[in-house]
Structures are given as C-alpha cells and as structure tokens.
Design a protein around this ligand. Structure first.
Ligand code: UDP
Length: 507
C-alpha cells in the first residue's frame, strides 16, 4: 500500500540553526509513519546522514535526495555549501548565490517525486508556487519562537521605534501580553530603517500567509500566550511540535551525532573526563551558536570575565575568532585555564546536546539562538542572555521578562553576524566601547546565575519546571505529541480528498 503512505518532502536552508531542527522534525515525521525525503547538497547531507541511515535501519521510511551545489559556477572550493562557512561578505555572497541557484534542481525534484506536502524553510518563498503547481500544501518552517514572530510582527506593523529622540531610548512593543521594552539599537537594521532587505523579508512573510500553516519548534507550555496571539491576531494556523531535538535525539549516540560537523567527541574524551571531574551544576557553558564571530576586544573581555568569575567554564570559540592578536591571546588564555583546571576551550564545534545534558553543567551563556535556548531549557538550565543579531534580542526578552529564567549581560547592539567581529561602531548613536560587553558585567551575571543567591535559585527552579514540561509535552498525550499526530492526520485527509477529487475529474 506504498501509494497510500503520506510522502512529505523537507527543504532545509543550509545554516545549522535552520537545518538542524528541520532534519530532527523530518525524522520525527518518519518515526510517526510518514515517508520522508530530505533534499540537500552533498556537504550538508554529510552532517546529518549518519542519523538518517540509523533511522532507516530501524525501519523508518526516510531518505536524502542529493542535489549538486554549483561550487565552480559561483567560484567556491568544493564542500563550502553552508552559511556557517562564510568568513567574509564576499564568501557569504557566493554561498548565497549558490543556494539561490539550487531552486531549479529542487523544483525538478519536486515535480519528479510528486509528494503530498512540502515543508519548506522560511527563506524559500518560491516553494509556495512549487506547492501550488503540484496542488499540495506547503508548510512554512519557522526556526525561532512564537514570541519573536509576534514581537517582530507588531514592531513592523506599528513601528513604535520611529521618531524616538535617540536610538538608545526604550520603546514598548504594542499588543503583547507582557510589557516588553527594547531600544532601536537592538532591532535588526532591515527593520530599524527601511532598507532593500525589507523586500526579501517581505517576500518571506508574504509566503507565510500564503502557506497552509506554520510549523514551530516550540511547545505550548513554554509560550502559550504567544502561540494564541499568533493564531488569533496574526491569523496564521500553526503547530508547535518541539522541542524536536530532545524528542528525536534521545540517547547518547543520537545526541553525539546530532548536527555533527567533524569527528565525534565521545563520552570517554578529554572533554567529558574534565566535565566528570567537576561537581554537579558547577560548570557554565559559553557558546554563541554556529555563526557569530567575536571581535578581539570582546574575546579579551569575555575571557577575563569568565576567569574572574571563579566559575568552572567551557568556552566554544571558532577558528575564525582567532585572527591576528586573538591567536596569541587565546593560546595563553587556554594554557592558563587548562593548568588551573578552571576552564575548557573547544575549537569550532562542540557536542552541545551532550554538554548541556551533563550533570556538571549548571548554566549557559547564550547568544539566544532559538535552538540553543530550547536545548538549554530541555536540560533545565538557566541562561545568561547575550544576544548578537537577528531576532535574538526578542528571544532575550522572552527569557528575562516573560519566563524569568535569564540574566541579561547587557548586550546593546544588533549587528549583522558577519560584522560582529568588526571593531568599528555600527550606528551613529553608539561608540565602540559601548558595543563590547565588559568583564565586570560578565562576572556579575555569572555570580547571579551560578551563585547561591535567591534570584539564581528561583531561576534554576523555574528552568527545572520548564524542563519537566518540555519532557512531558513530547510524550504520548502531551501537547507537542498531539500536535504532530494531528498535523500528520490532517495532511493524510488532504491527500485523500485530493485523490478523490482527481478520480472525480478523471471520470
Ligand atoms: N551547535 C552545536 N555546537 C556548536 C555550536 C552550535 O551543536 O559548537 C548547534 C546548537 O546545539 C544548535 C545550533 O547549532 O542546535 C545553533 O542554532 P541556534 O539557533 O542556537 O543558533 P545559530 O547558530 O542559528 O545562531
């Protein structure tokens, strides 16, 4: 009865923060009886294929269809196919051009495979037309919170940041259930001022409205007010099926393979021996996601801040953070903290899920990328919030003001992620010294989060409660579990209706 099985095609966008949760969601669909195809280029597929093979060997119907990244045409070396590989605007431009050129191959594949539904990354508005041609539903995959989508919607609609006397002046975001204040400096450029990027984002938002609905990697218990707001006020049908990463990567092997970029760091590695040697809840994990690049000045402040806090810590730095002066500084810093056994430095890619779930880890310093937030939450960890770019400043407000499980380090400026490492002040109203978060602020935040004070204790308790809710929601009968089953059932009925309609028309 192969033809009766629902066939869903997933089209991920090649950046870890979008691709990782979409692959996990695709695997969840397969685990619940759907025939799943993921379309990806070679180098990107190699980061998740191990998990797909393992699911396939367990009997799930899931496969990857490879397409060719036009490296030569855009002037890139083989294997540079992911946004995270960009170390300059020039390379980013080439990667983006290569990604845009994939459209034709994807359209041919969609036509050949004739799926029953397309789950598309939010950044591919053209998949609305692809789905329309095939007369099938298109689901918009949003890779952040309901909160950020609602906040961004009302900021765009009412522009409460226009006409303030300074870019540092606070404004309140209208129509939200909580009082949420931000400054214009914390908004992304494309929304703060009207730039050409508004056009690309406009097409994306328009494609959400023209989709069958939106899929969120979130869960009801976490942001139900905003889930309701997005469904009612914004009028967009949606399903929250998260946290997907914890749901599908539920043992050590799966956690280690998840988003695997390089070699596996296993449980018997130096890193985990170091973690095992630390008391429970004593280590703070510091990671700014897959894209952010820190300036040398910021690395210095961060390093001294962590060292002066007296806490044990794991710091993830990128190879590209080490330019120039940074190289010697980081080398000396790593040597010092290795000797004192206070710190552990990871270059490039950390096995984040395994670190967060380790009993010695007691908190995280995060750039407020949505996946890192959900993963920390699932592990019951409170957070130091240090947003850098895009919608991360909204996510910070969710953690600090609404959920009260975050301490803000006081990040002031939203910069394009590739320019975060640049020393020059990005905006008129702010000088470089204000862009860099100072060591004293880092020490203060770590002391609140990891210390024995009331504020830290209360945050840890709330984070623990949310972690329990995150675990319950993906169990049989939980909200996310039910939402996933309901969505799959709905897609099956649409398929049957379509087939009946076809038979009727053929006769
Ligand atoms: N990640 C990881 N190891 C790293 C850096 C990131 O496993 O060293 C994963 C992290 O667990 C998360 C994703 O990459 O799933 C990053 O997504 P997020 O939304 O947190 O941030 P972004 O990279 O999009 O800024």
């Amino acid at each position: 009865m192969e033809s009766q099985q629902l066939h869903v095609i997933f089209v991920p966008f090649p950046t870890p923060g979008h691709m990782i949760p979409m692959i996990d969601t695709a695997r969840l669909f397969a685990k619940h009886g759907v025939n799943v195809t993921i379309i990806a280029t070679h180098a990107n597929a190699s980061t998740f294929q191990k998990s797909i093979d393992s699911d396939f060997n367990l009997g799930y119907s899931i496969k990857t269809q490879l397409i060719h990244f036009p490296s030569a045409q855009v002037g890139l070396p083989e294997g540079v196919e992911n946004v995270k590989d960009a170390i300059s605007t020039e390379i980013l431009g080439k990667i983006s051009r290569g990604i845009m050129m994939l459209q034709h191959q994807i359209e041919i594949m969609l036509h050949d495979l004739q799926p029953d539904c397309i789950v598309s990354d939010m950044t591919y508005p053209w998949t609305v037309e692809s789905a329309a041609k095939l007369n099938i539903p298109r689901i918009y995959f949003y890779s952040s919170s309901y909160f950020s989508n609602c906040a961004s919607y009302f900021v765009r609609k009412y522009r409460p940041h226009d006409d303030l006397v300074s870019e540092k002046q606070k404004f309140t975001i209208p129509c939200l259930p909580h009082t949420i204040e931000m400054t214009p400096l914390q908004l992304a450029d494309w929304i703060r001022v009207k730039t050409s990027a508004t056009g690309a984002f406009g097409a994306m938002f328009d494609s959400e409205k023209r989709s069958y609905g939106t899929l969120y990697n979130s869960f009801h218990e976490l942001e139900s007010d905003y889930e309701t707001l997005s469904k009612t006020t914004m009028g967009i049908k949606s399903w929250s099926v998260g946290p997907v990463s914890a749901w599908i990567n539920n043992d050590d092997e799966r956690k280690a393979n998840r988003g695997n970029m390089e070699k596996n760091i296993g449980k018997d590695s130096e890193l985990f021996n170091w973690l095992n040697s630390k008391p429970n809840d004593s280590v703070i994990y510091v990671c700014f996601g897959s894209l952010t690049r820190l300036s040398h000045a910021q690395i210095v402040e961060l390093a001294y801040g962590l060292e002066n806090s007296g806490s044990n810590f794991i710091l993830v730095v990128r190879e590209k953070d080490k330019d120039g002066d940074g190289e010697d500084f980081l080398h000396d810093f790593a040597k010092r903290v290795t000797e004192s056994k206070k710190g552990y430095i990871i270059l490039n890619w950390a096995p984040q899920l395994m670190i967060l779930d380790h009993p010695s880890t007691g908190g995280i310093v995060t750039h407020c990328g949505w996946n890192s937030i959900l993963e920390s939450l699932n592990a019951g960890l409170p957070m130091i919030t240090w947003p850098m770019f895009a919608e991360q400043f909204y996510n910070e407000r969710l953690l600090v003001d609404a959920l009260k499980i975050g301490v803000s380090v006081g990040s002031k400026v939203n910069k394009f992620w590739l320019n975060i490492g640049e020393e020059k002040a990005p905006r008129l109203d702010i000088v470089e010294e204000e862009v860099v978060v100072k060591r004293e602020e880092i020490v203060k935040a770590v002391e609140i989060l990891m210390g024995s004070g009331q504020e830290g204790k209360a945050m840890r308790m709330r984070a623990k409660n949310l972690s329990d809710a995150a675990k319950r929601t993906v169990e049989k009968g939980g909200h996310s579990y039910n939402n996933l089953i309901q969505l799959i059932d709905e897609l099956k009925s649409l398929k049957i209706t379509r087939e009946h309609e076809k038979i009727r028309l053929d006769n």
